[in-house]
Design a protein around this ligand. Sequence first.
Ligand code: EPZ
Length: 424
Amino acid sequence: MEKMVIEGGKPLYGEIPISGAKNAALPLIAATLLAPGKHILRNVPDLRDTRTILKLLGELGAVWERDGSTLTIDCTDIVYAEVSYDLVKTMRASVLVLGPLIARFGRAKVSLPGGCAIGERPINFHISGFERFGVECRLQQGYVEAVIDGRLRGSSVYFDIPSVTGTENILMAAVLAEGKTVIKNAAREPEVGNLIDMLVGMGAEIEGKGSDSLVVTGVSALKAAEIDIIPDRIETGTYLIAVGAAGGEVLVKNCNPLHLPALLEKLRAAGLEIKTFADSIQALAPVGKKDWLKSVDIKTMPYPGYPTDLQAQFMALMALGSSICVFNETIFENRFMHVAELRRMGAKIRTDGSSAVVTGTGDEGLCGARVMATDLRASSSLVVAGLAASGRTEISRIYHLERGYENLAEKLGRVGARIWKEDE
Ligand code: EPZ
C-alpha cells in the first residue's frame, strides 16, 4: 500500500504532457473483440484500468503487445468465455465487452458489476438495449447471460439518461446487427466519438457522431482497426484546476481544448487566465493570496455540460476562495465522498443530498493533513487541495488515483510541486 505525500504552497511552472484518455481506451480496447486480426491502438495510457481490461481480453484469448503507448491486439483466436466477478469487481467498465461478445458470438456471460463508491450505477439501460436487438438476457447468480439465435436485429434504442458506456455497448452491438439501429438520447462525450471513429475505420456505418441521435446500418463483418486514442480531458482539467489552486503558469500539452467547453468557462469566471492553442492550454494564476479567486457555482451535466469527473477537483479549488458557491451533482447520487476529507484540511463545505455549499476559507487557506482516497476523482481533489495547503498532506489508498492518472507525481514534480509516493 502506498501513500502520496505533498508539501504544499509551491507554485507550478512549466509544461505538463497529457496522456491518452482512460475513458476512451477502455471501450476502444473492448471494441477490438469485434473483428479478427491485428488491431493497432496508439496513445494508450498505461493505467491500472487499462491493464485490467487487457487482462480480461487475454482471458478471452486475445494476444496483445505494448510498445510505449502503442498497443497491438490480435483478436483472431478469441474463445467464448465468461467474464468473472473477480475481474468485474475491480473495474465495472469490464461490462463494455458485453456488446462486442454478443455481436461476434451471439452470446456472452459477464458478471454484473456490484455497487460503487459514487453511486448505485445499474446497467439496466445496457440490458434493455440488447433486448431490443432480440437478445435474451437472464440474470443468474450475479451474472448476465445474454444469448441470441442468429444475428442481432437492428432496432431503436432510447436512453432515459444519456449513458456513456450504455451508448458505447449498444453501438458495438449494432454495428454487426442486421438492418438499421437508431440510438436516441445517446451520450455525446468525446470518448463516444473516438469509438465511432474506430468502428467506422473498421468498416462500420454510423451517422450522427457528436449528436444525441446515432443511426447505425449493420454490416456482416468488420476489419482490424488502426486508431489514435484522444487526449484525456479529465486529466487535462485536473492539472488546469491545480494551477488555480497552487498558482503559477503551466502549459498543458497534447490535449484538446475543444473537449473542455464548460470547464474553461468556469476557470475564466473564477479568475484564471486561460489561453487555448490547437493542442495545448496555458493557465496562469497569481501566486500567494487567493483574493483574486472568485466563487463559481457548478452543476454537473452530461457532455457538453460540466463533467461530473471534474466536480471534486473544482470543489477543492473553490474551498480556497473568499465567498460562497453551490455545487449540484446531477449524475451520481453519492459523489461527495471527498467532502469529509477536504473538511479535515479546513474546508468549509455543507452538503444536503445532491447539493453542496462551499464557503471559501479566504486568508485562512487549507492546511495539510492525513486524508484518505475513496474513489478516483475524489483522490485527485485531495491532490489539488494538498498542492495549495500549508504544510504536509498524506493521501492514503492511492491505488484509486493510479486507476486513472499516468505518472501524476512525476508530471507535477516536473513543474515544481513537492510530491512523492511512499510506502504506507
Ligand atoms: C462513464 O461512466 C465514465 N466511465 C465515468 O467516469 C463518468 O463519470 C460517467 O460516464 C459520466 O460521465 C467510463 O467511461 C468508463 P453513465 P458510466 O452510464 O458510463 C445511470 C471516471 O472517474 N445509469 O453515463 O458508467 C447511472 O447510474 C468514471 O473516470 C442507469 O441508471 O456512466 C448514472 O446516474 C467514473 N442505468 C447515469 O445514468 C444504466 O444502465 C450516468 O451514468 C446506465 C446508467
